[in-house]
Design a protein around this ligand. Structure first.
Ligand SMILES: Cc1cc2nc3c(=O)[nH]c(=O)nc-3n(C[C@H](O)[C@H](O)[C@H](O)COP(=O)(O)OP(=O)(O)OC[C@H]3O[C@@H](n4cnc5c(N)ncnc54)[C@H](O)[C@@H]3O)c2cc1C
Length: 368
């Protein structure tokens, strides 16, 4: 006979917070507390901008003080920042540029203003001390290995400097003794965010070598023009024995990836994309996409469901447009979709799908 543990009668305990939450339903306590002070939250993670600095014409560097729910980050990871613009909440991913050991618990983000970007333009123009933004816990697998490698090569371009600078600052804080080369690309000297900090780090650490490459400036700097095998050989002839961490614009990412692939070194290359690779719409697409809540529908163009929804005049939430942040998740009520990253087919009704990486296969209906 099997012994059954006696069950204790559940004891009801009075919780002032539970009562407050019950009374606050359906809005949640934080919706009321934010009327008093938006940084006073029970559940929501938020952050207050405490400093704003513009080191180049098209970037803004923000220091953020997160609320007590913040659990910290590992160098290389990203956070999701939510801002309200004209009454619409928009979420985007940003990689902290500071060391993971920063002792005041604040995080530093550097954001490049994209010419037609909604959130980056807003923050570049409007961020000021006192602005409170929504924050999500850090995520992402672009990280240094726990056992630090003996040789590290960082390659970055433009705003892609942020996660690799965080790694460099973290290694310096750890007293890392291995060899580090930091190869960074910018149009000109004026476009290099963190130029002074990089020069200072290299001057303070004998094992850190800084190489600045200018693509649109013929003098100054250490290298000129775009990345290619000559740059790699000149800067890190030992790259086959190192771990390489890469982040930058799509052209730089593609050149480094293809050179490493050619040389059979792809498993020594770790990278983070800030922007999705262009998606070629499926020209043999059939069927129609219908948006149940708004009553709209359109012929399936073969593009992602996010693009098809936008083309139909809808404005669904999105964050990364490449399947990593899940901001665009919606319910597919019927039909079949293909995940463009994995190729997986989903034919189940009433399932959650990520609009930015799903394309319809025939008729699809969304709860949108
Ligand atoms: C992991 C990760 C980390 C990141 N870290 C940083 C960082 O540290 N610093 C930084 O500056 N950026 C970073 N980014 C990029 C950042 O998340 C945003 O993508 C960037 O700030 C642009 O956002 P936006 O709202 O200004 O532009 P959006 O308004 O989202 O537009 C950006 C671009 O998306 C395309 N787009 C917009 N709407 C459409 C549409 N309807 N159809 C097709 N294409 C469209 C356009 O090409 C447009 O130029 C990171 C991204 C990721 C994924």
């Amino acid at each position: 006979m099997t012994a059954v543990a006696p069950t204790r009668p559940t004891r009801w305990r009075f919780s002032p917070l539970g009562l407050f939450e019950a009374l606050a339903t359906p809005h949640g306590v934080d919706r009321y507390l934010e009327l008093v002070n938006p940084m006073l939250t029970v559940r929501d993670l938020r952050a207050e901008v405490t400093e704003v600095h513009r080191s180049t014409a098209d970037t803004v560097t923000l220091t953020l003080r997160p609320t007590r729910q913040w659990r910290g980050f590992q160098a290389g990871q990203f956070v999701q920042v939510t801002v309200e613009i004209d009454g619409v909440r928009r979420t985007r991913c940003y990689s902290p540029a500071c060391s993971q050991y920063r002792d005041d618990g604040r995080i530093e983000l550097t954001i490049k203003a994209h010419p037609d970007g909604i959130v980056s333009q807003f923050l570049h123009a409007n961020a000021a001390p006192g602005l409170v933004v929504g924050l999500a816990q850090a995520a992402g697998t672009f990280q240094l290995p726990q056992e630090r490698p003996g040789h590290v090569l960082f390659i970055s371009g433009g705003s892609g400097i942020t996660p690799v600078l965080s790694m460099l600052r973290t290694l310096c804080d750890e007293g890392y003794a291995g060899q580090v080369t930091f190869l960074h690309y910018g149009y000109t000297e004026q476009d290099i965010a963190y130029r002074d900090e990089l020069v200072a780090l290299a001057a303070q650490h004998d094992n850190v070598r800084l190489v600045l490459a200018y693509t649109d400036q013929a003098d100054g700097g250490d290298l000129h023009g775009y990345f290619g095998q000559e740059h790699l050989e000149a800067v890190a002839p030992w790259h086959a024995d190192a771990e390489t961490f890469l982040c930058g614009p799509p052209g730089l990412m593609a050149s480094v990836r293809s050179l490493y692939a050619e040389r059979g070194l792809i498993n020594r290359l770790h990278f983070e994309d800030f922007a999705p690779a262009p998606i070629v719409a499926d020209r043999d697409s059939t069927g129609a996409v219908s948006f149940d809540r708004t009553g709209r529908s359109a012929d399936n163009s073969g593009a992602t469901l996010l693009e098809q929804a936008e083309a139909a005049g809808l404005t669904p939430a999105y964050g990364c447009r490449m399947g990593i942040c899940f901001s665009c998740t919606q319910i597919k009520t019927s039909g079949c979709t293909r995940n463009i990253r994995t190729g997986a087919i989903d034919a189940d009704p009433d399932t959650e799908i990520q609009l930015c990486i799903s394309v319809p296969v025939g008729d699809v209906a969304l709860d949108l």
